[in-house]
Design a binder for this molecule. Structure first.
Ligand code: PAF
Length: 290
């Protein structure tokens, strides 16, 4: 496994690889969710590159940039074990040298949900992912469904800027009790960790109600709020039933593909999770007589 910290070295190493390249961008502190992305990339591509970079531009001024967990030696050992070909682990100065002043703003789909609660977050994500795509020049890039809005923003950016990298979204990996894996789960106290599966319980309760025929978006939001309210340590930031493509909140009946999503705080830790809903089946056409 080759490990590089400069853009020039990474570009040169990438140029030596022949055949399809799959790319997994990460902020490190890898868990089984990241490894699922790496394994999918390995199954589909001749080579796999992974970046490890805690991107400061996607953190708000009062967010957890300083305390974001980091363990590069452990990450590298895990990636070596997965048979990754190339790791790019640049410094902040390498990615954002003095005088850096260019940012990518994806309108529209960046605005609701996480965008409304974390101003500037998706500008930072789109900027760094665009830079990484330019550096790594991968054929395919792999992202987790856990960050559903991020996948929608990146797909839009790739489409709008004609970036020749296909985006592959991989299902969320969960602990046995339903909690979605996240590097931020390490912040949870034992009591908060015990409370955190309430996110998945809320999502699955709403999905079950939908499967039973409920089509009113507000009724599903009520189901999720009611489940969150059963957990005294949980404080919800938002509970959403949105159109899966526009991410705009659905008012009234669900007629297209929809995304159930929520952001919930446990003390100072903020967790997000989501479940997609299949579009309702179209009513079958009336049978022709004869
Ligand atoms: O999902 C993440 O870990 C980050 O947002 C990403 C895509 C690596 C960009 O910093």
């Amino acid at each position: 496994m080759e490990i590089y910290t400069t853009i020039a070295e990474c570009r040169a190493a990438r140029a030596r690889l022949t055949g399809t390249l799959g790319f997994v961008p990460t902020m490190g502190y890898l868990h089984a969710g990241h490894l699922a992305l790496v394994r999918r990339a390995k199954a589909e591509c001749a080579h796999v590159a992974v970046s490890i970079f805690v991107n400061p531009t996607q953190f708000g001024p009062h967010e957890d940039l300083e305390r974001y967990p980091r363990d590069l030696p452990r990450d590298l050992a895990l990636l070596e074990n997965e048979g990754v070909d190339l790791v790019f682990a640049p410094s902040v100065a390498e990615m954002y040298p003095p005088g850096y002043s260019t940012y990518v703003e994806v309108g529209d789909v960046s605005e609701p949900l996480e965008g409304a609660h974390r101003p500037g977050h998706f500008r930072g994500v789109a900027t760094v992912v665009c830079k990484l795509f330019n550096i790594v020049q991968a054929d395919r890039a792999y992202f987790g469904q856990k960050d559903a809005q991020q996948t929608v923003v990146i797909r839009r950016m790739v489409r709008d800027l004609n970036i020749p990298t296909s985006i592959v979204v991989v299902p969320t990996v969960r602990d046995a009790d339903g909690l979605a894996l996240s590097s931020r789960n390490v912040y949870l106290t034992p009591e908060e960790r015990a409370a955190a599966p309430v996110l998945y319980r809320a999502l699955t309760a709403a999905r079950e109600r939908y499967a039973a025929g409920e089509r009113d978006a507000e009724a599903l939001r009520r189901v999720m709020r009611a489940v969150i309210a059963t957990e005294p340590l949980a404080r919800s930031d938002y509970v959403s039933v949105a159109d899966a493509e526009t991410l705009r909140e659905i008012e009234g009946p669900i007629e297209t593909g929809a995304l159930l999503s929520l952001a919930v705080r446990f003390g100072s830790t903020r967790l997000i999770d989501n479940l997609p809903l299949e579009p309702p089946e179209a009513p079958s056409p009336p049978r022709q007589a004869g």
